[in-house]
Design a protein around this ligand. Structure first.
Ligand code: SAH
Length: 253
């Protein structure tokens, strides 16, 4: 008899409501023996977890969590490791694959995508990312701040819509205001800005404003917030942001 073949799913569960999680993600969880994740994310999917072996891990322990998941899957278990939003966007997919690569592991790994904060936040304030957009995290925990500044400048100079993840954290309170100082060098003060806290989950709250006034909301912005800064064509209509796709350049309507 051969040992049952293990498998490791790296799952993006979306913003936190079950109806915004993919069917593939739900199936992977129902197949799994072990579910590994941090307490907040596991709480969002609590109703799917009965009968599963649960391993709760805390933020900052991602490397240990990834190693443990690979070890369990290598031992013949079906394991799901959970990320919020999409697992490949500032999520667990990267570190799990890096460690599997380092160990030259043969374990089967499948990344299951999810609704990322950019899509979730955008949907609550209209269509702000309907043209080219750049996603930039303001967290300088794992990326040097100089690189973040360079990316902000380049994206703003190229008139990208800019989606900011991790605009603040407990220890980094000034990153958002420093970011806006850079953005203001390249984008006009009248460009729309959407600030979305807890998109598509309990506690959702949105603000639509402009670059000029965005810093008035500095205190509102926290680690559960995504900020979307428009391009030169973005406009506000009935408290929503529209970034045109470009149909107006080709058609009369
Ligand atoms: N993998 C996640 C992102 C992790 S980085 C994803 O794909 O969504 C964490 C950052 O994501 C937060 O600081 C915040 O900027 C953003 N975020 C995640 N979920 C969010 C939500 N529901 N509403 C607003 N922002 C969110």
């Amino acid at each position: 008899m051969t040992l049952e073949e293990g498998k490791l799913y790296i799952i993006g569960i979306g913003p936190g409501h079950l109806d915004l999680m993919t069917v593939a993600a739900q199936k992977a969880i129902s197949e799994s023996h072990y579910i590994i994740g941090n307490a907040t994310y596991l709480d969002y999917i609590r109703s799917l977890l009965s009968g599963k072996k649960i391993i709760t891990s805390s933020m900052g322990k991602e490397i240990a969590r990834a190693m443990h998941a690979i070890e369990l899957a290598s031992g013949g278990n079906i394991v799901s490791i959970i990320s919020g939003g999409d697992a490949g966007i500032y999520g667990m997919a990267g570190i799990v694959l890096e460690i599997a690569e380092k160990e030259d592991s043969d374990v089967k790994i499948e990344v299951v995508p999810g609704v990322t904060a950019a899509s979730a936040a955008a949907s609550t304030i209209g269509s702000p990312i309907t043209s080219d957009f750049a996603v930039i995290s303001l967290s300088d925990l794992l990326t040097p701040w100089e690189d973040i500044e360079k990316r902000l400048s380049s994206a703003a100079a190229s008139d990208f819509v800019i989606v900011l993840y991790n605009p603040k954290s407990r220890n980094r309170n000034t990153n958002f205001s420093r970011c806006m100082d850079i953005i203001k060098r390249y984008k006009s003060g009248s460009v729309p800005v959407g600030i979305v806290k807890n998109a598509l989950r309990d506690g959702e709250s949105t603000i639509v404003t402009t670059i000029e006034d965005a810093l008035d909301y500095d205190d509102f912005i926290d680690m559960h917030t995504t900020v979307i800064i428009g391009n030169s064509e973005s406009r506000i209509w009935k408290n929503r942001i529209i970034t045109p796709r470009g149909y107006h350049r080709k058609y009369d309507y």
